[in-house]
Design a protein around this ligand. Structure first.
Ligand SMILES: *Cc1c(COP(=O)(O)O)cnc(C)c1O
Length: 417
């Protein structure tokens, strides 16, 4: 039921990849809309799916989400603007602003556009309460535990800056400023193990009943896992939904109010839809190690450097001649940046970790897989390298959804003063 490998194969034919390389050059991000749609469908039992757009914030991806009735979580003014540009209606619960701080310009925007605020700090509640009594708010509760695929993606417990530790105190501020509490939210991390995901249900139940308010929504947050390597498994969604749905029913009957159950995935919807295509420029032997150097680095995809994340990597040969019986070489795949951590085959400890890869030479191409989430959206201009293009594959056609940034555009912030 959950297999998406056939959808992947359809987009990733050699002809398609060569066409993209010729047309747009490398490096380049490509997303497969069919995979995003397939992932959306797996979650359709939830009352509301709210896409954590920070995972992949291209306006055209947001537009695709909108066609499938997805709502949006925005975490900055820029993300609110993106959602509005993609057609989401700000005063219609389409957009929720989640943060732990409220900068002046965001405060202005959420008040003016009546965007509900999911508050991760009591100070935020005070700031919005002073300026906009009656404003719809959520409490993002820190359930006092967290989890994630890496310590840096754990967003719960006393080592995390996220969420409100004492929801009872938040409620007293909400009452003091006559804010309108509409929902309770928990998000304990990204790439969370099942046991911890389920503990969130218990904590939500306990907190909701203790607060005893007539709310409209509860949110299970995001954090659902996707398989990056063949050893990984996807979260059992049937079971996950049932547990949350029971939680919803218990809270709803105890509080005597109808409730909608939200889920707020980022990675789950887009992670497997994306690839990064790059070109091999050098192959060097350094003592016992073979380095394959490509033209994308952690300025494009930072997950391996930041978290030691695993991404599957495959080869597309420039010429299909002599590609039979190619030897497998233990290769370290690295980027162009002047920084030794610019490596894609790396362990969580930061130690380089060779990967078995068919022998390549300059001019061949590497595809880094499952880069749809926290790929492009985490890119930077480090080493003064411009942002690379994004292409969307939909209905059998490729469409450019972001062009390559020019060096002139990148420098214009400094030259056009
Ligand atoms: C990042 C984030 C998510 C999404 O996390 P995933 O692991 O990508 O599903 C959801 N909610 C909030 C508040 C987040 O910050």
């Amino acid at each position: 039921m959950y297999d998406i490998s056939n959808i992947k194969k359809k987009m990733l034919t050699r002809d398609n990849v060569i066409y993209l390389i010729k047309k747009y050059k490398t490096p380049i991000w490509v997303y497969n809309a069919d995979i995003i749609i397939k992932q959306i469908k797996k979650l359709e039992k939830f009352d509301i799916i709210r896409f954590a757009q920070k995972s992949c914030s291209n306006i055209h991806i947001l537009k695709l989400m909108k066609q499938y009735n997805i709502k949006i979580d925005a975490v900055s003014l820029g993300e609110i603007k993106r959602a509005i540009l993609a057609g989401f209606q700000p005063n219609n619960n389409d957009i929720v602003f989640t943060s732990d701080i409220l900068e002046e310009k965001v405060l202005q925007e959420v008040i003016q556009k009546k965007i509900p605020v999911n508050a991760g700090s009591i100070d935020m509640l005070k700031q919005i309460g002073k300026k906009s009594p009656g404003h719809p708010v959520w409490i993002r509760i820190n359930p006092r535990f967290g989890n994630g695929h890496h310590i840096k993606t754990n967003t719960g417990g006393d080592t995390s800056k996220h969420g409100i530790w004492n929801p009872i105190k938040a409620l007293s501020i909400i009452n003091q400023y006559k804010l309108n509490l509409i929902g309770l939210h928990m998000h304990i991390g990204s790439g969370v193990n099942t046991e911890n995901l389920y503990q969130v249900c218990e904590s939500m139940k306990k907190n909701a009943i203790q607060l005893n308010q007539k709310i409209k929504f509860i949110s299970a947050g995001g954090g659902l896992k996707i398989p990056y390597s063949s050893k990984d498994t996807e979260t059992d969604l049937e079971d996950y939904f049932n547990k949350w749905n029971n939680t919803k029913k218990i809270i709803s009957s105890t509080l005597k109010c109808p409730l909608k159950l939200e889920i707020e995935p980022g990675r789950f919807l887009v992670g497997q839809s994306g690839i990064l295509i790059s070109k091999v420029y050098a192959v060097k032997n350094m003592g016992k190690n073979t380095f394959v150097l490509i033209n994308s680095g952690f300025n494009d995809l930072i997950r391996p450097t930041l978290y030691g994340s695993y991404h599957k990597i495959t080869v597309i040969y420039n010429s299909i001649k002599n590609t039979k019986n190619t030897p497998i070489i233990k290769s370290i795949i690295a980027g162009p940046l002047c920084e030794s951590g610019d490596v894609f085959t790396i362990k969580k400890t930061g130690i380089i970790f060779p990967r078995n890869l068919p022998k390549v030479k300059p001019g061949d191409y590497l595809i880094i897989h499952d880069t749809g989430a926290y790929g492009s959206s985490m890119s930077s201009n480090y080493n003064s390298r411009p942002f690379i293009p994004e292409v969307l594959y939909k209905n059998g056609k490729f469409k450019l959804i972001r062009r390559r940034q020019t060096i002139q555009e990148m420098l214009s912030l400094e030259t056009s003063l």
